[in-house]
Design a protein around this ligand. Sequence first.
Ligand code: KG4
Ligand code: ZN
Length: 334
Amino acid sequence: MNASAVGLAIDTTFDDTSIAILRGKRELLANLTLSQFHDHEAFGGVVPERASRRHLEVIHPLIGSALKEAGLGFGDLNWVAVSHKPGLLGSILIGLSVAKALAFSLDIPLIGINHIEAHPYANLLTEKEFSFPLVHLIVAGGHTLLIHQTAHFEWQVVGRSLDDAAGECADKVARMFGLPMPGGKHVDALALAHDPGSYKFPRPLMNDGTLDFSFSGLKTAMKHFRDKHGESADRGPVLAAFLASVGDVLIAKTLEAARRLSVDTITVSGGLAASRYLRQRFEAAASDAGLRLLYPPPQFCTDNAAMVACLAAHYAEAGRFADLSLRATPNLSE
Ligand code: KG4
Ligand code: ZN
């Protein structure tokens, strides 16, 4: 496929419907995301049935808006990509069915993308190239993962959360302390504005000799603290201490992975990477350790189809196409 091919990428893996149009590997012509947050707010979490119905309602108009923004028509597309794993089965199926219909009717190649593999590619929308090998930390609402990548399409998970993801933990703690949802960005704002003072919370598994994470014990410690002292007592310093714990663990494990795997470049991506507090901490830690750090701009940290399009452009260049039997796969490890 030629270097200025134009592709459309779809991501409906969870509760955001996102469409991007990319020319070549980094000329982003459109990147539109519709959040379903308010559709699920009253239920205290994402309701899978509602999520798929909402994706179905908005996906066609959103594709139309993206094409309009790019100043293109369907006939200008050279490939179509879709995240077909991991995520909610019913949600993935909406994006996958639309992608297959486009590929079939326009007679263009279909590309199947792993949403997790795509997160670090948010970096390539602004940075020039990856120099392999790399260690990627992906910190999102649904996943906390360390990945070792040796070439495009060659990667493996080397560490993961054994329970809650870091973002999920931050959101639950934010809710305990009466902050609006989704709470990650509010915890981040408090952590930037306050010093933890004498507050100190657990740093689970930090020195256990593995590359795995665990955040449920920290969440429980925060709940005990809140039950004892109330939600507003010293909330700023308390949540600054909480995010300091999360940051210490994420940094320690990522640096340890880089050391063990003899890697000199690390990347951080996923929704929690939009935290300015964590970004400052990672910048300082990487500089102290003599590591190169890649960090996407905040709008490409949270879920978006631009990162999917960027990885898909690499697939297109390598001729790695899927056929119409491509399956929706909820789990990362399948
Ligand atoms: O990657 P993402 O958009 O989707 C999921 O995997 O769900 O990540 C969402 C997570 C949530 O936990 C949210 O609170 C957190 O990212 N988040 C942030 C910020 N923006 C989103 N956390 C801290 N600071 C932010 N600015
Ligand atoms: Zn994600």
